[in-house]
Write a protein that binds this ligand. Sequence first.
Ligand SMILES: Cc1cc2nc3c(=O)[nH]c(=O)nc-3n(C[C@H](O)[C@H](O)[C@H](O)COP(=O)(O)OP(=O)(O)OC[C@H]3O[C@@H](n4cnc5c(N)ncnc54)[C@H](O)[C@@H]3O)c2cc1C
Length: 463
Amino acid sequence: MLNVRKAQKQLNILVVGCGLGGLAAAYALGRAGHSITVIESSTSIGEVGAGIQIGPNLSRILIRWGLEQRLKSVSERDKPTWFTFHRYDTGEVIGMSRLEGKLDRDHGAPWHVVHRADLYEMLLSKASPYMNLRMNSRVTSLNFDDTSRPSLTLQTGEVISADLIVGADGINSVVRSHVTGQTKIPLSVPTGDLAYRVVLPTHTFTDDPQLRFLVEEPRIRCWIGPGRHIVGYCIRNRTEYNLVLVKPGDGHSYSWTAEGDLKEMRNGFNEWDPCVQKLLSKADSVLESRLLICKPLETWIHGSGRVVLLGDSCHPMLPYRAQGSAMAIEDAAVLGNLFSRISDTSQITPLLDAYESLRHARVTATQEASARNRTVYHLPDGLEQIQRDAAMKIAMEEEISNYERSKDGYSPSITDQNDNPNAWSDKSKNKEQFDYDPDNAVEEWWALNRDRIRLPEKIHYKL
Ligand SMILES: Cc1cc2nc3c(=O)[nH]c(=O)nc-3n(C[C@H](O)[C@H](O)[C@H](O)COP(=O)(O)OP(=O)(O)OC[C@H]3O[C@@H](n4cnc5c(N)ncnc54)[C@H](O)[C@@H]3O)c2cc1C
């Protein structure tokens, strides 16, 4: 069983970056029996205030990692019942997809929405027993003079070597520039979209007829309009309301923690649903980040075969399918499972090749799905928008009818919409995204390819 399998060969592994992906990698590889040091440039650990959606593919991993009770304790009252689309100016409901109950049934795991800091804390608690964490340590370069023991250099000049280096250092990864050999060309490019993140206390919502509905029933709500959209949901058991607002712009920073300009944000949405404007009037601070992406990389593995990338460092994506962290944590789960099978350092490179072959196509497809949602959400008013709304409404009517009938035991999954602009009602897209199980993927791969990884049998001579 994975839970008890420890690698026969213990490796010294350096993980660069203590974000959600780095922590998940530290846990998955540490649990597999390896010695882990995590190098983080920040002086303090944690995540900035904002929400994060945990779809079934991610909740499956967290539950398997023993975090089900923690997930419930921080978000049970937030569990979204529906994903609801609103028209941007009137607030009219144009699409609905059932989440609670339906996803558990269709994909075997629930949907949660949590505060990022709570998810971070959960992963930190799992990883801490397995890792030596070095804060305030910025990696400036990597060195490959000894190809079997790459090293990294910190800003202080200190050099640390390891059997394997995992670059989980995010969108502007230093490790990536060594893997691709392109230290000069910026690989991350602005998408032209700017994201604002706001978290509001909800204690005044219940007395406000315009906002009460937001906390009475926890839904993920998405207002879509020309060139922009807003996603909102309750977090921390409905005590806070999380908003992500996207509009065109380059912004002032790509950082996760940069303060944004409240006036600029409000002006960007001043013709939107009055409910949205009321929400924005309550904000007293906002975080702003320029959204960057990079084209799929040819490889995530350095030519030495001893350095590999994970998470946003190799596949940043638009957050419009809410899958960036999920992909980073899936990466970590696959890597941990593969490296629990290692018995000799000669297997490092083939196992990294296996990791890349198992992950590359999936994250590329998820990047594309996220970009597709941008096109769908941001349509200008006109014929295409009318067709989009009409298709979304057909799916919504079916979802509502199925939901009503499911109360009498009806199991409606075969009638769900395929190829709908509302990706959350699209059965084939959901299946592809949410059924994925990293441990099953590795087991299947191992069953077919184990001979490529195994050492040749030792020859025993009879005396
Ligand atoms: C607005 C928005 C909403 C989102 N919503 C969702 C969602 O609902 N669901 C979801 O799954 N995903 C979501 N995402 C995506 C998700 O946040 C990212 O994909 C995820 O955080 C990436 O994790 P990571 O660990 O790869 O990188 P990061 O979180 O960027 O972590 C990188 C770490 O490396 C450190 N570091 C960087 N350089 C160095 C260096 N040279 N030396 C040492 N340390 C270094 C950094 O300080 C940081 O701690 C959203 C993203 C945005 C922008």
